[in-house]
Structures are given as C-alpha cells and as structure tokens.
Design a protein around this ligand. Sequence first.
Ligand code: SAM
Ligand code: SF4
Ligand code: SF4
Length: 319
Amino acid sequence: MSDSNFITSTIPAPQTGLGGGQPGAHGAARLVMEPPPQYLGAMVNVTNHCNLRCRHCFVFRDGNPNDPDGEMKPDRILGELRRLRDRHGIVSMLWMGGEPMLRWRVLEKGLELFQRNTITTNGTVPLKDFGANLTYVISLDGPRDVNDPVRGEGVFDRVMKTVAAIPDDFRATVMVQCVVHRENQNHLEELALELMPTNVQGLTFSFYVPRAGEDSPRAWPSNEDREEAVDLVVEMKRRHPDFIWNSARSLELLRPPVCKIVTDHCPMQQTMLPLYIEGDHFTTPFCCYGNDVDCDRCGSWGVFATAARWRGPWDDVAP
Ligand SMILES: C[S@@+](CC[C@H](N)C(=O)[O-])C[C@H]1O[C@@H](n2cnc3c(N)ncnc32)[C@H](O)[C@@H]1O
Ligand code: SF4
Ligand code: SF4
C-alpha cells in the first residue's frame, strides 16, 4: 500500500456506542449497532478458499470464520459491501481471503465501489490490470529456500513467474509484503535483491502476529527478542531507502517499550472494519487478524505504519 493510502490524523476518540474499550471487543455487533460506527477502511475476505496452506496463516487458525463450504455468492458479496460501505462510511477497501484472486471477477466489480483499493494476493494467480486506482500486495516471505518451507514447495518460483509477467505499462502499483518471523529474519536482504530488478516497485516488512500464548519457532517470546529483527530492517531501510517502504518512524515504534503503547491503542481497531465470510453473511472478528491474537506481540505493518502517521499516546514516549 502506498503512503498516499493513509490520512494523517490524531487517533480518534472512541466512537459513540462503542464504549471505552477496543471496538473489536464488540465483534459482529458492530454490523448492527446504532448509530453505526464509522471506519475509514475495511478489509474483506472475499473467499475462504485458498490454493496454499501457509504455516503461519492467521486466517485458518481455529476460532476464526474460515469455512469454505456454502460461502456467499458474488452478487450477495457485492450487495453487502455496498450496503456496509454506506452504513460505515468506508473509503478504502483491502481485498483479502483466502486467496482473493481465485474470485477476480468479484474484485473487478468490487473495485468500483471504493475510492481506494488494495488486493493482497499470494501471487500464484496472474495479476489483472484493473487500472491505476489499485495497489497489489504480493506475499513472499523470503528467498526460495526460506519462503517455501512456510508458503509451500515451488511457491517462490510460481510467484516470481507472476512477477516476471508484469508488463512495463501495468497501471496498478505492485509491491511485495514479507512477514518477518524468527525463521526468516536473517534472509530479508536476499529477498530484496531478488525483487529489485523486477517490476515490483517496493517491499514492506510486516512482523509476525502470533496467537495468544503462542510458543512456536516463528514467534519471538518477547518484543525485546524481536528487536534484532527490527534492527535488520532498519539497516535495510538505510541501504535501500526507496525500495523498502516501511517508514523509519514506523520501525522505531516497533521497539519496546513504545510498541506496547501502540498496540494498546491499536489504530487499526479504530479505523479498519474486518469482514470475514461466515456462510451467507459477513461477520466481524476481534480484528483483521481474527479472534485469537496476542496484541502485545503484534508487529502488523498496518498498525505501525498508521501509528507513525498519527498523533497518539505513543508520542509521549517516542516523540
Ligand atoms: C492472510 S493473507 C490473505 C491474502 C493472500 N492469500 C496472501 O497470502 O497474500 C494476507 C497477508 O497476511 C499475511 N499473514 C498471514 N499470517 C500472518 C501472521 N500470523 N502474522 C502476520 N501476517 C500474516 C500473509 O503472509 C499475507 O501477506
Ligand atoms: S496464501 Fe494467504 S490465505 Fe492462503 S494460506 Fe497463505 S497466507 Fe493464508
Ligand atoms: S492483533 Fe494487532 S491489529 Fe489486531 S487488534 Fe491487536 S494490535 Fe491491533
């Protein structure tokens, strides 16, 4: 997502009807409560089908709405998105899944509903040139030997084939997102060097969002343990300032103790409405990352990029 997709602002006061806590605590009640809470952006899973089974994926964790059987039909998805756009004042849409490009015909029509659009894709399905009002985010989690143990055998080469097929006059912005975790943190530069000669315009690093209480080879036990990976990205940003799109400030906010102040006042909770498919309707889990998340160790790019542009309680600690 390019910088222009964000609006600099002060973190908003809790909205009427939402109480003082995190809006996500209200779950799906947000879709019916009056007056309707307003959100600048939303993310939507347009399908729970996926052709990959990445080991780190939050969508397919237990306790999240992710059943691919009997899901909403295209016309109903589009009708509901139009209604929710008008009810909640949604300006930007982040199209996800499952794999959203498995339903590219829904995307083609859905893009017309919103002023700004981002499609996050696993890159195994060819990109469509839907026009300039769009950013594609392709997911890759390292060079081949590091990406494929997480995202599947042969996936790196399939994605690089998709990337190589992007024509020079492709109108949409194309960037890559890499989820940094303990197992790939020492291989990030190799990924950047593979992508720089291609038509990918930029690379962002999002840091792994673990489940509550997760103890796994991917999750850092604490944010102090994560700092070495943050340092590596800060160094890369210094070496490749134009290609690495994380802002220097967003990376500084990922350091303890300020990162906890950011996640305690998560800007995505205030501004993004998560929409997951549950049978014939949309539902909203706690946050974009689902229901079972460890906010204290969340390193979501969206959270820290937004915090870096907004004024908030974190400014007292990291002015
Ligand atoms: C859930 S996927 C859906 C879209 C598409 N299938 C894809 O892989 O890009 C959206 C993004 O979330 C990232 N992601 C998955 N699990 C994550 C986790 N536990 N923490 C942070 N990001 C994660 C993926 O790597 C991908 O970039
Ligand atoms: S491709 Fe995307 S949705 Fe599918 S398993 Fe991987 S991260 Fe999850
Ligand atoms: S997991 Fe991250 S994005 Fe979700 S509510 Fe917690 S801090 Fe915000």
